[in-house]
Design a protein around this ligand. Structure first.
Ligand SMILES: Nc1nc2c(c(=O)[nH]1)N[C@H]1C(S)=C(S)[C@@H](COP(=O)(O)O)O[C@H]1N2
Ligand SMILES: [Mo]
Length: 516
């Protein structure tokens, strides 16, 4: 009997790369499961995405929104996974070339991800250990399954191929692959279940003490025209959260502090027991391009912010409230906009429902007249009364304006760009908004001709958009339709084209159609 020395056969390059990918994927899955089970903070993917989002330069962010729109998070997630897979394959190849070097790559990736979790507002050191542990496990497994990469000797001459022992190399590979597959599947399953956990008992919304006006006549019901009320499911979503914060309603607190006479802490039962206001408010994003869809209108229910501020007593020198979210996002809102009597709300309800998780459950801010990034903090947890001279908000630190009132805007919803229409009377329709000033008139012009007045829907509130329509006698040929609005302060919408940075886009929305 000949002595057989167990040797790991060398992995081919594709197998080594695949092993790198499998091991790393399993390690990431394990880290995600451990962080979810322990509720220690963000998982490594979310943490890396968060760091990336917070450090994205303005031009890249605009480019990403331009390319992917509100699917920019998905695009980032896919990007991170692709980069991770490439690095993982490289780690496998590296391990094949030199023992322990691929393991070291996996370990370094783990340390980088762990540091990302440490720096997140919802993270900290507690969130780092599952990542480090999983990376260390991944590194060890990679070293074990890729093996030393020694050349296997030629089978001994007297042994028939059937007698070549199935060395620990191949067995390890099979076992390793099996373990990793199980871990990955379990990981995906558990994180799905745990991740879907509802944030808490659903809030029972009390009836409003002050009801919103009825929206009779606000909807012209033109097919293709945005409805006056944007359903929650269709409401645009913009935020920096890669994973939507799940706030436990029972543990929710609002801390009001800073330049105040008394610090105030508000709980959800206290908020719900106070007299609540119901109000129509159109919310829009500063990143909305001319003709864009980052705007929506809802019937909100909430406590006027001025009530809470009055309990705290802002000092005379204060001129700004820096609202903070559980995820670290901040917005700078002029104190005046929160105290001048308008419907600035700590909102708990949206169109008769508790806030959807992605729109700020359990409590968010809504302030008529200001772009969302300087007012509409979701998952709000703090109001710091301060001064514009002393504090800056999330987007101000990234090149956007500290103050940003909504700019007078209008949009053509129908007909859509590039449509082919029949000659005759064509209904042109859309929306116009000038929150907290109100829309006074809308005009349409064809092919740069004279401006003609459009018919307006009933004005429900100066804080919301207003539908309009225009009966256009369309003749055959190529035509360009344009719209502009005038507000109740006598201002006419400017045709000057300006991009969203730093405080909102301007220009007339234009639609090209062909009439046959
Ligand atoms: N916590 C948090 N709140 C936030 C943001 C954010 O990134 N994080 N984005 C703001 C911006 S830029 C806008 S336009 C509105 C959008 O609110 P919505 O997603 O409910 O439409 O939320 C605001 N509140
Ligand atoms: Mo925004």
């Amino acid at each position: 009997m000949r002595e057989t020395r167990p040797l790991t056969p060398p992995r081919t390059a594709p197998v080594a790369a695949l092993l790198g990918v499998a091991v790393t994927a399993a390690a990431v899955a394990l880290a995600e499961v451990l962080t979810r089970v322990g509720a220690t903070g963000p998982g490594p993917v979310a943490a890396v995405a968060g760091v990336f989002i917070d450090h994205t330069p303005l031009w890249l962010k605009e480019l990403a929104i331009g390319w992917f729109g509100t699917r920019d998070k998905l695009a980032l997630g896919v990007g991170i996974v692709v980069v991770m897979l490439v690095l993982a394959a490289a780690a496998g190849l590296e391990e094949r070339r030199r023992r322990y070097s691929g393991g070291a790559v996996v370990l370094v990736l783990g340390v980088v991800a762990a540091l990302a979790t440490v720096t997140r507002p919802d993270g900290g050191w507690a969130a780092a250990w599952p990542v480090l542990l999983s990376a260390a496990a991944g590194a060890l497994v990679l070293v074990a399954v890729v093996g030393p990469g020694e050349e296997a000797p030629a089978p001994p001459a007297e042994a028939t191929p059937a007698e070549v022992p199935l060395g620990p190399g191949r067995r390890q590979l099979l076992q390793g692959a099996g373990v990793l597959a199980v871990v990955a599947v379990l990981g995906a399953g558990v994180s799905r279940v745990v991740g879907r956990r509802p944030a808490g008992a659903p809030i029972a919304l009390p009836p409003p003490a002050t009801a919103a006006p009825a929206a009779t006549g606000a909807d012209l019901a033109v097919p293709g025209l945005s409805p006056y009320r944007t359903p929650n499911a269709d409401f645009y979503r913009i935020d920096t959260a890669f994973v939507v914060p799940r706030v436990d309603a029972g543990g929710w607190r609002l801390r009001v502090h800073g330049l105040v006479d008394h610090e105030v802490t508000l709980t959800l039962p206290e908020l719900l027991a106070a007299p609540l206001t119901q109000a129509w408010v159109t919310l829009c994003c500063v990143s909305n391009e001319v003709g864009g869809d980052l705007v929506g209108n809802a019937e909100w229910l909430g406590l006027p912010v001025r009530e809470v501020l009055a309990r705290a007593g802002p000092r005379p020198e204060a001129d700004m409230v820096l609202s903070r979210s559980v995820d670290g996002f901040t917005a700078s809102t002029p104190l005046e906009a929160l105290t001048d009597g308008r419907n600035a709300l700590l909102a708990v309800g949206m169109n008769g429902q508790p806030l959807p998780t992605e729109h700020g459950y359990p409590v968010r801010l809504v302030v008529p007249g200001l772009y969302g990034f300087v007012s509409a903090t979701k998952w709000v947890s703090e109001l710091e009364v301060t001064r514009f001279a002393d504090a800056t908000a999330y987007w101000t630190e990234r090149g956007w304006a500290p103050r940003a009132p909504v700019k007078l805007s209008s949009r053509i919803d129908v007909p859509r760009e590039g449509r082919v229409l029949h000659a005759g009377t064509v209904t042109v329709a859309g929306v116009a908004w000038a929150q907290h000033t109100g829309i006074a008139a809308v005009e349409v012009r064809v092919d740069g001709g004279a401006w003609r007045p459009a018919e307006l829907a009933t004005d429900v509130s100066i804080d919301t958009w207003r539908q309009w329509r225009y009966a256009w006698p369309a003749t055959s040929g190529e035509h360009t339709l344009e719209v502009r609005a005038a507000d109740r302060a006598g201002q006419v919408q400017t045709g000057e084209r300006v991009g969203p940075v730093p405080d909102g886009a301007t220009g007339w929305h234009r639609v090209n159609v062909r009439v046959v």
